[in-house]
Design a protein around this ligand. Sequence first.
Ligand SMILES: *Cc1c(COP(=O)(O)O)cnc(C)c1O
Length: 460
Amino acid sequence: MPQPTQQQLLDWDRHHYWHGFTQMAGYEPFIIERAYGATLVDIRGREYLDGVSSLWCNVHGHRHPKIDEAIRRQLSEVAHCTSLGVSNPTTIRLARRLSELLPEGLDHVFFSSDGACAVEVALKMAFQYWRQCETPEPERTKFIALGDAYHGDTLGSVSVGGIDFFHALYRSLLFEVVRVPSPDPRRLPQGISRDVAAAYYLEQLEKVLSNQSGEIAAMIMEPLVQGAAGMIMHPAGYFQGVRNLCTQYHVLLIADEVATGFGRTGTMFACMQEEVVPDILCLGKGLTGGYLPMSATIASTKIWKAFLGGASEKKTFFHGHTYGGNPLAAAAALASLELFEEEGTLRQLVPKMARLGVHLSRLAKHPHVADARQTGFMAAVELVQNKPAGQPYPSADQMGWRVCQDVLDRGIWIRPLGDTLVIMPPFCITMNQLDRMMEAISRGIEVVTARFLKYELGQG
Ligand SMILES: *Cc1c(COP(=O)(O)O)cnc(C)c1O
């Protein structure tokens, strides 16, 4: 078969390949043919720095020889075998390795293929737990989740999600959730300073728990940073406070570390920063170093034990995915975890986090940047029309998207969440590349906001 021409690829991409979260009517193809390290190469041979780690999942760079080799080696053994009553040495080793790395007691690993499924599994596990634990409390059927939460796109994960638009659209398909406000330091109520923000939001949670804890199976949240919710960075102490309240009111705690896991916040898992051990933890995105679809739901021994019994007791976890625990993905994940040790990934990240911080403090001074914030190697730059008045740009103007388009022309690929630019490069990015990326973003903000100002004046 002859290779398609560039024009055919562009046409077929627009017509046949239906892209996620993408309005296909106005879709402009951006076709990556190759990649290496932190660099993407499109079909015209143009190079771009991958400023969002291919949607927050790439860790050690594209085409890392060690991960490539691990997958090849696995291919010469077996590409796939089911996880339903069947096992494989590579996947066994990965489960063991994860339990060693995770906080004490998180020892039982259930594999799926996407973050949303890892969340779905956690919800079903928590629900079923209360029906068959030692002293069952089957009336515990509800979940607490944070406002604005994002936990994936399947119906269960959208139910616990709190993004208004998705909720309104799919409401009749979703189950009800008890919502507590997200501890967002930028949107504190009057009279609440940042110092007391954690205590204030914990009080809100305690009110709910003291009224309805008997109906609550679990609370689910992202520790430290709510990523897709708009890069909301929680006040210190909030997560630990949630853990304490959940323990006090016998509510299970599910930590969704799909985005924060594998070093993103500067420690291997975000939970570790506040010494929290959740009852169930979800991993995805960076698990395979950004190579292959794999996610995991890890249960504590307390949860796991509630599912043990004779065949007739029907305590089995009635859930499983065709490709759960796929050995090729497991091989990539094991290699990625080995790289963390061999290359001292987290140690090497320290100066890069600091340099990112320097760039962000400079950006924060820009008259159209409301806020430039950072946790570990996750950063967000929020654009605003009128900074003193805190007035956002009209959403129809798509300023975030415009800046990203301008930055793309400068050879940097980033994606916005509304008017918040998300900056989350792979850990392998070099200092020079980091500088180049942040300078391009800075130029992009300057040029696009100035152009907009001129346009506004022209209109006025
Ligand atoms: C991305 C994400 C998910 C969903 O993961 P998918 O692999 O896209 O299904 C769930 N939770 C969080 C916190 C995420 O960032």
